[in-house]
Design a protein around this ligand. Sequence first.
Ligand code: NAD
Length: 271
Amino acid sequence: MKPLMQGKKGLICGVANDHSLAWGIAKELASHGAELAFTYASEPFKKRVIPLSESLGSSLVFPCDVTEEGAIERVFQDLSHSWETLDFVVHAVAFSNKEELRGDFIQTSRENFLNTMLISCYSFIETLKHGSAFMNPGGSFLTLSYFGSEKVVPHYNVMGVAKAALETSVRYAAEDLGKKGIRVNTLSCGSIKTLAASGIGDFRYILQWSQNNAPLRRNITLEDVGKSALYLLSDLSSGVTGETHHVDAGYNIVGMKAKDAPDIVLEKTNQ
Ligand code: NAD
């Protein structure tokens, strides 16, 4: 049988290191035959992303700080010198000041609200706009979200609002790009310890809580994320668009603490 992603080319945005969700996705796609290109946010990330991309046989690595006007458009133009067309794009980019990922949501500053929305939501809209010009019919865009967009999760604050906007953007974009046969979906992932996640207050408590209360009684892994992304980026999901698909060990369906869930001691340092 032909590997699922054989002959498909795609751009991965958001690898910071080998703990990144984007890296879990990249490895899974490469193992199914995909050809990959990568972006990195700034110079300190370059030295990590280049060896990782090389380990998957890719030499196409581009700088892209999404706060810089024109940066996303430039990536697709640069990529077009090597590839005429694309089959998928993964957007795994988010940021908010960690001082505002704790405490009261209503204390969110204007500056951090705008910056969080720009990096975590608008950058995906720009990616869709410029990337779709190179996308083959049947192509697929994927962005990453979190349950904090749907329900209140302690400390997720302004990032929850940005993820809600991101998921709604996915639905509107699915309508726009569906006419070209291009699909747009969100993967709503359970909690995993990464660089971005370590900025969220009481993150270890969140990890412990979801492990105790998710129907599968565990947290998800990078492999779980990679396999769900493979589904949404391959022809296996050819009839699926505008969807928010949960890969969270079932946590989003739960309405109450599990009867067998042990108590968790909250660490004082992070409250
Ligand atoms: P990560 O820190 O590995 O990845 C976040 C990426 O965002 C990094 O590569 C970083 O360089 C990039 N980024 C930040 N600011 C940027 C900018 N100005 N320009 C370009 N790139 C920028 O952490 P992660 O957890 O793998 O995050 C990837 C995505 O997954 C994010 O959208 C995050 O919200 C989402 N997510 C994470 C979890 C989790 O528990 N880790 C759960 C659900 C969703």
